[in-house]
Every structure is written in structure tokens, then in C-alpha cells.
Design a protein around this ligand. Sequence first.
Ligand code: PAF
Length: 284
Amino acid sequence: MTGGADIERVRTIADLRRCIAEWRAAGLSIGLVPTMGALHEGHLALVEAAVGGCDRTIVTLFVNPAQFGPNEDFAVYPRDEDRDAGLVTRAGADLLFAPNVDEVYPPDHATQVHVSGLGDILEGEHRPGFFTGVATVVSKLLLQSLPDRAYFGEKDYQQLCVIRRLTRDLDIPVSIAGVKTVREEDGLALSSRNAYLTTAERAVAPVLHGTIAQVAEQVGRGEDPRDQAQWAIDQLRRAGFGDVDYVTVRNAETLQEAVDASLPARVLAAAWLGKARLIDNVAV
Ligand code: PAF
């Protein structure tokens, strides 16, 4: 273990469990905030929710190779553990779990968690293997720490749905809390990958949120979801986005096409702007 004025950092599952056992023996409740580092205000909102809701907060920092495709940004994903440790210390977290890849995936690791259906559509279709990587690592993190609650951002709305489903399906006794998306003043959802935007692209990026917010409003007024989604795709292209992977209105829980207007729905979108692939979603 290493520490100092900064938060205590642990690297092994055994050390993590030792700390947790002490807290449990003292009757304390535990919140878990899984992250891949490169922390921003969106992550800190998760930490604040955990600190407010639980006696002790663990932040995990692990850039999970299993959720990156072969042509994705694993090698260049921003990593600065000391900076992230400072941020979560100030946000009031109690422990940073930052394991090495071998600790999480021993060389003969052979088990994966796949959430069929929900994990195969939308992001799952455009990023094959992504949700299996997420579901596997999140299952492991939940089982390693068995917190009372684990916190995830609504920014990655499908990820939140997948995690709720695996937790239920695998009977993992942890409650999953979704935390509202944190946005820049112009509406752009905070994301570690916004760093890939050029100044010109950054100026266009908020059109994504503005457009899907209009879709949500129109669908809420009874307009046809498919027509609205097509309108949004045209808007994004006109604004300067490249490929629009999807804009779609879905049932907020199953993420199937929203056919029953009386059930909660969500507008979800993913589109390319230069080298950055932006995703966002809003409630109808
Ligand atoms: O949302 C993320 O940062 C990651 O997908 C998560 C949940 C930490 C799993 O690696």
C-alpha cells in the first residue's frame, strides 16, 4: 500500500478486501465508483454521490483492455494516476483501488460475462466486444469489493442498463445508482474523449445534445420517433458531423424500439466528429 497526505492506494484484491473487512467490522456502509481514470467533473459527481450516500467510498482506476477494440485508443488513453488520486482525495473518497492488468486478468483468465440482447445492440453493434469487456470487469469489481452501492453515470446510458441487468441476472447483492450527466455550459456532455476534439470541432460538438434534446421534446409532444430521429441525423450532418452511428428513441429500460408511448423512453445517439466518437442521451 502507498499513501501519504493523498488517498490510500491499493493494488491487489487481497489488500482491497482487507480494508473493506475492517470497515465492515466497524459497521460502515461502502460505495464503489468504478472509473478508467482521466477524471473530470462527471466522475467527481459520482464520487460526491457515493460520499454523500455511504460511510466509505472506494474509487477504482483501471483502464480495462478488454473493452477496447483492436483499432481503438487503449494505448493512448490518457493516464495520470497522481492527478486522479489528488482529485478523488479532494472529493472525499477514502480508498483508490488501482490494480495492474495481471491482477485483474491473470494470464490464464478464461471467463467472460456477456449480456445478450441488451449488450449486442446500439453501442454493442458498433463496438463489438465492448460490453462483454465492461460487463466482465464490472462483475469482477463488484464481486471483489461487494459494496452496498455502485455508482455509474447516465452519460453511458446503455452501459448503466447493461450493468443493472448483469447485477440482477448474477444475483450480485449490490444496488446500482445512476448519476445525472454533467454537461458543459453549452450542453456538451463531459467525457474523457472530448480531449480529442479540435477547437473547431469543439464548437460544433454541443449540437449533438441540442439536437437530441429537441427530439425528446417533439416525441414527448406526440411526434413520430422515427421521423424525429431521421430529422436529427440530417441536422447533425448539416452541422459538420461525419458518420452518425445512430440516433434512436428507445424504451428507457429494455432499449428496444419505443413503441408504447406511455412507457419511459430515452433518445440515444452516437456520432463522429473528426477523430472523436461522441455519445449522448436524454430522457423523453
Ligand atoms: O465507464 C467507464 O469508465 C468504464 O466503462 C467502467 C464502468 C469503469 C468499466 O471499465
